[in-house]
Each structure stands twice: as C-alpha cells, then as structure tokens.
Design a protein around this ligand. Structure first.
Ligand code: AP5
Length: 212
C-alpha cells in the first residue's frame, strides 16, 4: 500500500489482509512495537518518528526482511508503509528475488493533503491490537474503547498538526517517486482515497481481483 499519511493504508491493508488471509505487515506498527518494548531499534527510531522524518533505510530494510521471511508470512503478506524510498524498494526487490516471490500488485491510495490532515488529527488507535478509529469517520461503538478488545484508545504523538505537516513534506519528497517506480514495472493500481472507507475498500478489492 502506497499513499500519503492518512490516506488509509493501515485501514485498507488490515481489511485486505483479512479478506485474502494474508498477514498485514505495517512498518509503522512494527516500529511502534519496537519502541514500546524499548528495544535498540525502537530507541534508534524514536527521534525520526516523533519528528515526522524517515527511519534510516538500512534499519527498516533489515526489520521488514525479517518479517517477510518469517513463517507467519508464508501464505502471503500485505505491506503497509514499506517501502518508502527508492533504496527501500530496491532492497525489497532483492529480498523477494531471493525468496522467488514477486510483488502481485502495488496499490497507490491517492488522497489530497487537505483531506488526509483532518483524518490524522481525529485518529484514535488501540495500543493492544492496532485497530484504528476516527472521531467522525470511524468511531468506536463505546467512546474511547477498542471494539475488539476494550482497551483504552490512544492518540499518536506524530498526529500533532506540526508533525503532520512534516510527514506530508517527507511523503512528497521521498515516497512519491515510488509511484513512477512501480508504474514502470506494470504492477501499479491507483485508487481514489478521497472517498469513504467502504468505497475505497471496494476499489482496493477490484484492483487486486484476479491475483492468485
Ligand atoms: P506510519 O505509521 O506508516 O504512518 P503513515 O504512513 O504516516 O501512515 P498513517 O498510519 O498515519 O496513515 P494511514 O495511511 O495508514 O491511514 P489510516 O488507515 O491509519 O509511519 C509512522 C512513522 O514511522 C513515519 O513517519 C516514519 O518515521 C516511520 N516509518 C514507518 N515506515 C517507515 C519506512 N518504511 N521507512 C522509514 N520510516 C518509516 O487512517 C488514518 C485515519 O483516517 C484513521 O482515523 C482512519 O479511521 C481514517 N480513515 C481512513 N480511511 C478513511 C476514509 N476513506 N475516509 C475517512 N476516514 C478515513
């Protein structure tokens, strides 16, 4: 899943992974878990994440290659938030070539900056199972509690307006070139991420239909 912060990559990747019985591998979620565990990687990643810039390629590549090669990913995986730079995409190519598992589809969720910014400032996340909610667009059944496990929902520190501005600038400068990278390989499908969650999911399913 490609797209700016708040495009709905996590929301759609979670639904798609459940639909096709694949594992959802979110680089952001994995990094947040490393931080929560206070691992060496989590400590190295902290300042980059809080400032809205990218964690260095070599750290992210090793982390994601380990997940892609793990037994849990053997039946397939939906990548969310990775790769995020051209060097990461090249590293992913090498990893998948080693495994003999090509990319089926790259879904680019296209959404305007003025649409995604309010999605981030209204977002709530479950610290236990990673489910994502929104004050207006996807509220939990009970205010402040996860529908699935009942845990108290939290706001992400990098959803502060100033950090959101930096994350959008990082996306436009470093991640957007991947759209052309994957277009040239013939695996890119762009969906309209400005629509509501259900409509975007229908477009995502249409884009992956026929794989397998
Ligand atoms: P990461 O966690 O990946 O953040 P992000 O890419 O900025 O993406 P978000 O999680 O903010 O947005 P999303 O597109 O997943 O939207 P969501 O579905 O949650 O990365 C965080 C940080 O980690 C980075 O800044 C970086 O420092 C580091 N990092 C991560 N990966 C890295 C990498 N590969 N390399 C280097 N560093 C890396 O939806 C957002 C909100 O909108 C939710 O509230 C949701 O309910 C709502 N919503 C979703 N879709 C819709 C819709 N269609 N209509 C209305 N509301 C919607």
């Amino acid at each position: 899943m490609l797209g700016p912060p708040g495009a709905g990559k996590g929301t759609q990747a979670g639904r798609l992974a459940a639909e096709v019985r694949a594992v959802h591998l979110s680089s952001g979620d994995i990094l947040r878990a490393e931080r929560a565990a206070r691992s060496p990687l989590g400590r190295q990643a902290q300042a980059y994440m809080d400032g809205g810039t990218l964690v260095p390629d070599e750290l992210v590549l090793e982390m994601m290659a380990n997940r892609i090669e793990s037994p849990e990913a053997q039946n397939g995986f939906v990548l969310d938030g990775f790769p995020r730079t051209i060097p990461q995409a090249r590293g992913l190519d090498e990893c998948l070539e080693r495994l003999g598992r090509p990319i089926d589809r790259v879904i680019n969720i296209d959404a305007a900056d003025e649409v995604v910014a309010p999605r981030l400032t209204g977002r709530w996340s479950c610290p236990v199972d990673g489910r994502v909610y929104h004050d207006m667009f996807s509220p939990p059944a009970r205010a402040g509690k996860c529908d699935e496990c009942g845990a108290a929902l939290v706001r992400r520190k990098d959803d502060e307006p100033a950090v959101v501005r930096q994350r959008l600038a990082t996306y436009h400068g470093q991640t957007k070139p991947l759209i052309e990278y994957y277009r040239q390989r013939g695996v890119l499908a762009t969906v309209d991420g400005n629509a509501d969650i259900g409509a975007v999911f229908a477009s995502v399913c249409a884009a992956v239909r026929g794989i397998g």
